[in-house]
Unconditional design. Structure first.
Lengths: 525, 337
């Protein structure tokens, strides 16, 4: 027995001694660490993470360049009718999908109709402005959209920055249709056939996703509107589960870039001379929301007291380790029409106590603070800080950690105490922020739960959405937000940045504020 | 009763167990407040989209009807669609479960091998320094948090001394072996893929050692106490008097007789290991079922939760069956009925 075991151990030792296989040194490979894999069907995906993957393999009709100007991509030019209901796009010629089939107007119609029929795309305005008859093939390289409602800002606020509008190969999708899956939803969640700079090679769930460069990318080496043939041969998304592991991999050089580490790990990496940290302008607002239609939060003095009681800078420095900015209303910095000059609450404990004294609850009250750490890890710490701040003005807060669906359910019913929330506006348009927070008092799902039934605000948001004059439009959002902030309907806490850590041999890292990492542009020494 | 009759009886009795487990899980998970559709579609979905999705997933029907539909689907090998990943639950489980099984089996081997060996040494050298050393060693294992130990080992053998990989099941540049059982080590042996074999083995070392070490105490302590009981028996004295060496006494008489309680513990161990895998999976970025199950629960992904529970219940039952069969093999005095 002993002999057998010894031989086995020696054998294994020898196998291990002669090492694992070699890396193919001729191919340039970029490895990006991610915390999870996400589905890549543009007609179904609804989150930022999926869009990063989609952006890598698919193109859209219109895009933004690195200076955020609207630029052509799969469409070379376009016309918009005066009533903003008819959009005509002239398409690029000679572009091919990854399966070799040609890109044309039929493909555009197919992709948009698939979105309509699936009915699952929940980002962007498509489901509210189009129906099954909206897309018309005029000729092989001309496609016309007949919107059901006028939408003057469709291109700037939606089409040019939303990867949900990606174009896929009809030939490829049709091959994977089955009787109970007429739109190949199951297949397209984990496969692709776009025109983008990278092609999917393999996907091992939970481990890694491998892409290779599309040598025939129509943007070529010079590029088109910021997108070009990649400088690396392979791109790998390597999945890690724990922030410390991701950091260790980056430090050892097993991955080249990584996002979504904890703030502590980013701070530690900043001190590493081989690592560079890239920060993207804040798109995420972290805020407090409460039911303003019922006591105690229907009392404006209570709300203002809370707004003055929060030590915003301390939250930024300690909870977010400096990677955040002070809030400016409920419109995030990345949005067009962002107004830095408006009134904001600042930390003023004396004022907070004055407002509390003036309110119907001079002796304070007890309430709950609901939060979901699965939404944002820092909420755990943030809740404790907020509890401390509110205690100083007599509000006794009991933090309650809940799974997010449960929190949503509780908030949808109203009178839930205070909820600590985050909101990401991935579109650089105030419709995504103010438009979202003020266009209704509440929805059935609990996402919007201020219960502020202000006719003026709701009407403004309705009007602003389809206002063709952009400066007028931004002004209306701004004024409505100003009204909301003056009454402290919400208490915005800070704007959190997104960060990426990369090794110093990574060059030409471009990350436009309203788009995603341009892996095609990255060069690796 | 013949073995095959016993096996049949046990497999048939599995069915009411699985039905009971699924029924309990189904109704319990639906009692939790929250609507998974809200999260799946995101905040920007329209009311029509939400209603339509509800209907498509059959969630507008009464609970008992939904449960009936689910049971019927299982008979057609359809475990439903995951609201969160949008893929078929069966495919998700096939993608993630084998990794957990591989990790659990590896940890079992570490546990049992070292546990029995150390248990025997402690029993035979009772109250001597080696016995105390083994006791401390085992206690350390069971007291240490898995994720802490795992990460310390990672820093040591990957961070400081670059001997082992930093996690995952395979390197970025190595293709995984052709899936047959989806257990990488086994598949690479079956397909003769030595590159994948080496790579998988390398990646398996730290996670199995970590997970195994934390549970060695279970086996070693049970082996020790069981062995001590057997060593006091008369027939052991007789064997020694007859002139058998200590090694021979242990190998031929003591070990087999002391294994029954150890086998029972090993059965429980499997369950403990499976529940311990999630922390190991997180530390070593092991693409197992742990995190999938946890996220399914957080997102109230009913189909995924049910699928996971069903498979775990099934595995438990099979392991228990195997343990019972082992009893018969080890101790011929035990009869099946």
């Amino acid at each position: 027995m002993k002999k057998v075991l010894s031989i086995m151990f020696v054998g294994i030792f020898l196998i291990l001694l002669f090492g694992i296989s070699n890396i193919n040194a001729e191919e340039k490979t970029l490895v990006f660490g991610r915390v999870s894999d996400y589905i890549m069907d543009p007609a179904v995906a609804g989150d930022d993470e999926s869009f990063l993957t989609i952006f890598t393999v698919y193109d859209q009709l219109v895009t933004r360049d690195n200076d955020l100007n609207i630029k052509p991509l799969l469409a070379s030019s376009w016309e918009v009718s005066e009533d903003y209901k008819t959009y005509t796009f002239h398409l690029q010629k000679g572009v091919k999908f990854h399966d070799g089939t040609p890109f044309n107007a039929e493909a555009v119609k197919f992709s948009f109709d698939r979105m309509t029929n699936l009915g699952k795309v929940a980002t962007g305005a498509w489901m509210t402005i189009a129906d099954k008859n909206s897309v018309e093939v005029v000729d092989e390289y001309t496609v016309r959209f007949h919107l059901t409602n006028p939408y003057p800002t469709w291109i700037p606020a939606d089409l040019s920055i939303n990867p949900a509008y990606s174009i896929m190969s009809p030939t490829y999708v049709k091959k994977h249709i089955t009787s109970d899956d007429p739109y190949a939803e199951k297949w397209m969640a984990y496969n692709e056939c776009g025109t983008g700079p990278f092609k999917l090679v393999s996907w091992i769930k939970g481990q890694k996703i491998v892409f290779e460069k599309n040598k025939d990318y129509f943007g070529g080496d010079e590029g088109i509107s910021g997108r070009c043939t990649p400088h690396v041969d392979k791109l790998i998304f390597q999945i890690f589960k724990d922030s410390s592991t991701g950091r260790l991999w980056l430090e050892k050089g097993d991955i080249d870039l990584v996002d979504k580490l904890s703030n502590d790990d980013f701070v530690a990496l900043e001190k590493n001379s081989n690592i560079k940290i890239y920060e993207k302008m804040p798109q995420k607002i972290v805020y407090l929301t409460f039911d303003v239609s019922k006591p105690p939060f229907n009392d404006e003095n209570v709300r203002k007291a809370m707004a003055y009681a929060i030590n915003y800078q301390e939250l930024i420095d300690y909870v977010e380790r400096g990677h955040a900015e002070l809030p400016h209303g409920m419109i995030s910095k990345v949005c067009f029409g962002y107004n830095q000059e408006r009134f904001q609450y600042s930390y003023d404990l004396e004022k907070a106590k004055e407002f509390m004294a003036k309110s119907n609850y001079p002796d304070g009250f007890t309430t709950k603070l609901l939060f979901s750490p699965d939404r944002r890890v820092t909420f755990q710490t943030g809740a404790v800080y907020i509890q401390d701040y509110l205690k100083k003005i007599g509000i006794n807060v009991l933090p309650e950690s809940l799974a997010f669906p449960t929190q949503l359910d509780i908030c949808s019913k109203g009178d839930y105490g205070i909820a600590l929330r985050d909101w990401t506006s991935f579109k650089p348009d105030p419709e995504e922020t103010a438009g979202w927070f003020y266009n209704q008092a509440r929805d059935n799902t609990g996402w919007v739960c201020s219960f502020w039934d202000n006719k003026e605000a709701i009407n403004n948001m309705d009007v602003a959405r389809t206002l063709p004059d952009l400066p007028e439009r931004y002004k209306l959002y701004d004024e409505t937000d100003e009204l909301g902030i003056s009454k402290a309907i919400y208490v915005p806490l800070y704007q959190a940045a997104n960060l990426v850590a990369a090794r110093d041999n990574i060059k030409n890292f471009i990350w436009p504020s309203c788009l995603f990492i341009r892996f095609d542009a990255i060069e690796k020494d | 009763m013949k073995i095959w009759q016993y096996l049949l009886k046990r497999i048939v009795s599995l069915i009411p167990v699985l039905i009971g487990v699924t029924m309990l899980t189904f109704f319990l998970s639906h009692v939790i407040p929250g609507d998974p559709i809200t999260l799946a579609l995101g905040p920007r979905a329209t009311e029509e989209q939400r209603i339509s999705f509800h209907e498509k997933m059959g969630m507008d029907k009464p609970l008992i009807v939904q449960y009936g539909i689910y049971l019927n689907k299982i008979l057609h090998k359809d475990l439903g669609v995951s609201i969160r990943t949008k893929g078929a639950v069966l495919e998700d489980l096939l993608a993630y479960f084998p990794a957990t099984i591989e990790l659990t089996i590896g940890a079992m081997i570490v546990c049992i091998f070292f546990g029995i060996y150390l248990g025997i040494i402690s029993a035979v050298r009772k109250d001597q320094p080696i016995d105390h050393a083994v006791r401390i060693f085992s206690l350390l294992g069971v007291s240490m948090p898995i994720f802490w130990l795992g990460f310390m080992l990672l820093i040591l053998f990957y961070g400081i001394f670059p001997i082992l990989p930093g996690g995952g099941r395979s390197s970025p540049f190595v293709a995984s072996p052709t899936p047959i059982t989806r257990l990488y080590l086994l598949d690479s042996i079956l397909t003769g893929n030595w590159v994948a074999f080496k790579d998988s083995l390398y990646h398996l070392i730290l996670p199995t050692l970590t997970l195994g070490f934390c549970y060695i105490a279970l086996i070693s302590r049970m082996t020790r106490s069981s062995m001590l009981e057997v060593l006091h028996q008369n027939y052991i004295q007789t064997a020694k008097t007859k002139g058998l060496s200590e090694k021979a006494v242990i190998r031929y008489h003591a070990l087999r007789n002391s294994l029954i309680p150890v086998v029972t513990t090993a059965g429980m161990l499997f369950g403990e290991l499976m529940s311990g895998t999630i922390l190991t999976e997180i530390t070593f970025s092991w693409p197992g079922i742990g995190l999938y199950a946890q996220q399914s629960i957080m997102y109230l992904d009913y189909n995924a939760i049910m699928g996971f529970v069903l498979v775990v219940a099934f595995i438990y039952a099979i392991v228990n069956l195997a343990i019972d069969m082992l009893y018969v093999i080890i101790d011929p005095r035990i009869k099946l009925h």
